[in-house]
Design a protein around this ligand. Structure first.
Ligand SMILES: *Cc1c(COP(=O)(O)O)cnc(C)c1O
Length: 433
């Protein structure tokens, strides 16, 4: 498979280039040249394992750059936990994507990208140093994804005192090839330091820098696996099926739309957002107006200028066509926290705030329908990750998963850094040259 740029259809980069560059030089986003038809696979009755399904889909994207064996190894190293359809009631499922090491769906993208980089890196060359600025969640998933991967170091910059205790422990307790820098500043300061390092020719001559940016096509591909796996597990495939996805940067839902184009026979996908409603407004008015993000309790979705809309429009060309497959609605804070409470009382199922937004999308769609259908909402984070919000709503102490308890007892290891590029530069050279 070759990859073009949303700014230039003639570009023909291989997967390796797209993986390591992250973004084409023309500042578009990478897209797969073809979306092969897999409907035969999706229509068969036999139940493939999650790994088998992931392998069949990956093959289509990676086959020019990697052998079958290598692809198999990537899948076996990154798909090591399940993404089950948790049945809540008849025809209603939560697709639980939070059984990975950092308890959020970003583990899929980060782990797949890390394994691909390990397989495709040039063994004769110097170690690769991945720089990541994080406001909390992405850094944890990336650090875990690359943990102990040969020849690759991860350097994470996070704002001192501005991430939760669990998040900080996820960033600072890994050691080996993962290095945490606690920056005396904000997330924006961290991001500025990283950007400056990428543009610094003198630094780049001396050490090999790379990024694990969320718009990397290698983070998108594995997010298609679980839609297919979820669909294949349904009890009754004769019913029409809808998915609802809690959206921020719209990467997860783009993967859903890609797999739909590859023949996964579901009816519609709902892009559920919090108060950051740029895309719902876009679908309603036809005008795309990015805004500064608004802070909410589903903070991983606080995005005011979702970058993947460029990919979505590249897939559909017009809003009319897009609207046949995708609906988008925004939900506010009261709706989100009320549903956490109600759902716990009525169904004994605990939603994290992001997952609650996804379920709101299903409930709204259901009200408009008379027929039965399979309803699947994506559970993107474990409720224990958002303890304070969730506990406030249910008046009940959540039992932490064992892994989290263990994590909290580990010792934090980080390097304190002033918000100064010179200091950052010296740190990088002295540690990684
Ligand atoms: C990142 C994230 C989202 C949003 O996913 P996008 O691909 O950016 O739309 C939703 N929920 C959680 C828990 C996240 O971490």
């Amino acid at each position: 498979m070759k990859f073009y740029s949303t700014n230039n259809k003639d570009l023909n980069d291989n997967f390796r280039t797209a993986l390591f560059k992250g973004m084409p030089s023309d500042k578009g986003l990478y897209m797969p040249r073809l979306l092969p038809d897999l409907s035969k696979l999706f229509n068969q009755e036999s139940r493939m394992s999650f790994q088998e399904m992931s392998f069949e889909i990956s093959k289509k994207f990676l086959d020019e750059d990697l052998s079958k064996n290598q692809i198999q190894n990537i899948i076996e190293s990154c798909i090591t936990f399940d993404a089950p359809n948790k049945k809540i009631e008849k025809n209603l499922y939560c697709l639980e994507l939070f059984h990975g090491p950092t308890l959020a769906f970003k583990d899929f993208g980060a782990r797949f990208m890390a394994q691909c980089m390990q397989s495709l890196r040039d063994n004769s060359s110097k170690e690769i140093n991945i720089l990541v600025a994080t406001s909390g969640d992405t850094g944890g998933a990336v650090a875990n994804g690359f943990y102990d991967v040969d020849g690759i170091n991860v350097i994470i910059l996070y704002p001192k005192g501005k991430v939760s205790e669990i998040q900080e422990k996820q960033l600072t307790t890994l050691d080996r090839n993962v290095f945490a820098l606690e920056v005396d500043g904000t997330f924006d300061d961290c991001q500025k330091l990283v950007k400056k390092a990428f543009l610094d020719d003198k630094l780049n001559e001396q050490i090999n820098l790379s990024s694990a940016n969320s718009i990397n096509i290698a983070r998108l591909i594995p997010q298609s696996f679980y839609y297919a796996h979820s669909y294949m597990q349904l009890d009754n495939k004769k019913l029409p099926t809808i998915f609802s996805v809690p959206c921020g940067n719209f990467g997860n839902i783009t993967a859903g739309l890609i797999i739909k184009k590859m023949g996964l026979p579901f009816k519609k996908i709902i892009a559920s957002t919090n108060s950051n409603d740029v895309i719902p407004k876009f679908l309603e008015t036809g005008k795309f107006s990015p805004k500064p993000s608004i802070q909410t309790i589903s903070n991983a979705m606080d995005v005011g200028n979702p970058s993947n809309i460029v990919r979505i429009m590249d897939l559909y060309h017009t809003l009319e066509k897009l609207k046949m497959d995708m609906i988008s609605w925004s939900f506010n804070e009261t709706e989100t926290s009320n549903l956490i409470k109600e759902f716990f009382l009525e169904k004994k199922y605990l939603l994290d705030p992001h997952t609650s937004v996804a379920l709101l999308g299903i409930l709204k769609y259901e009200k408009e329908q008379s027929q039965n259908f399979n309803k699947i909402f994506l559970g993107t984070a474990h409720p224990a990750k958002f303890l304070d919000v969730v506990e406030k709503n249910i008046n009940f102490n959540i039992k932490l998963p064992k892994r989290l308890n263990k994590l909290l007892s580990l010792e934090k290891k980080s390097v304190l850094l002033k918000n100064s590029y010179d200091e950052f530069y010296d740190y990088l050279l002295s540690s990684f040259q």
